[in-house]
Design a protein around this ligand. Structure first.
Ligand SMILES: [Zn+2]
Length: 284
């Protein structure tokens, strides 16, 4: 079996490097001690924990490492657990593997800043996606974090039900320039994330799936990438990008050919202020 985090080494469970990143070096079994929320013996969810949030059909749970075991928790969560979602989308049983593989590719092949993540199994052997939270300080307290809907002050009241999709990536880049002091670095990371989302058909990269976090120094930084997956696998008719690249609508070339090209990303990069030679390096 490959490592259930980095997929590299031929070992049982998690390799040493991943064990360090995920669990501070402790040997953790990929097998959880409790069953899936869909099982008949799922009382542990009622007595121990509230859902963190329900976004669409994805329920998330908070986990903590207690005496060498991952346990459901209401407070001080160190990990987020995402079981197989429910709903009418296709191949949802593949969703944990999809997110895990997409996040690993983003990290290992495209060099995106991605939090440590892995696959774990419930006692009935159904898989779930596990990701380490990045909004916790060393003492366990929470960092101040805002997603781009909050930064742009967009809510369903102010911008309607579809508010998460009511901004372009170019306009998000303007917010990065305004709120993140080290914006040249953040803009390049943002550009890489948008390109990755397009290449991997992530139609879910809306404004709430990007955030800024306050560092220990007090300034804001772009958070690592999260919720990356190929949504096309589950919803074939979905768009390859959640938001428009440009504030002014589609680039001319896109209207002609129906998909984004190298030139569209060059145009987007120039508009948000990335140096052409840096872009050529990123776009290869
Ligand atoms: Zn590994």
């Amino acid at each position: 079996m490959p490592c259930l985090s980095c997929l590299k080494e031929n070992i049982d469970g998690y390799c040493l490097k991943c064990r360090k990143e995920l669990f501070g070096g402790i040997k953790i079994s990929p097998q959880l001690t409790f069953n899936s929320p869909y099982s008949v013996d799922n009382q542990v969810y009622n007595t121990h924990t509230q859902h963190i949030s329900i976004s669409g059909v994805q329920i998330k749970y908070s986990l903590k490492l207690v005496e060498g075991q991952l346990q459901l928790t209401d407070e001080g969560g160190e990990y987020i657990l995402k079981p197989i979602p429910t709903g009418t989308f296709q191949q949802l049983d593949q969703a944990p593997a999809n997110e895990h593989l997409t996040m690993q590719l983003a990290r290992q092949v495209y060099g995106l800043n991605v939090p440590p993540n892995a696959i774990v199994y419930f006692t009935d052997n159904t898989p779930a996606y596990l990701v380490k939270r990045f909004d916790r300080k060393a003492d366990g307290t929470k960092c101040l974090q805002e997603d781009f809907a909050q930064i742009a002050q967009m809510t369903s009241e102010s911008h309607g039900e579809n508010y998460k999709y009511d901004l372009s990536y170019q306009e998000m880049a303007e917010l990065i320039k305004r709120y993140i002091p080290a914006y040249p670095i953040a803009l390049e990371a943002f550009f890489r994330m948008i390109l990755f989302n397009y290449l991997f058909s992530n139609g879910d990269a809306h404004v709430k799936n990007f955030s800024a976090i306050r560092s220990e120094m007090g300034d804001y930084q772009l958070t690592p990438a999260y919720d990356l997956l190929c949504t096309k696998l589950h919803s074939p008719s979905e768009s390859d990008l959640a938001l428009n690249l440009l504030a002014e609508g589609y680039p001319q070339k896109f209207l002609e050919v129906g998909f984004h090209t190298y030139n569209d990303f060059m145009e987007f990069g120039v508009l948000i202020g990335i140096l052409p030679r840096r872009m050529e390096k990123i776009l290869g």
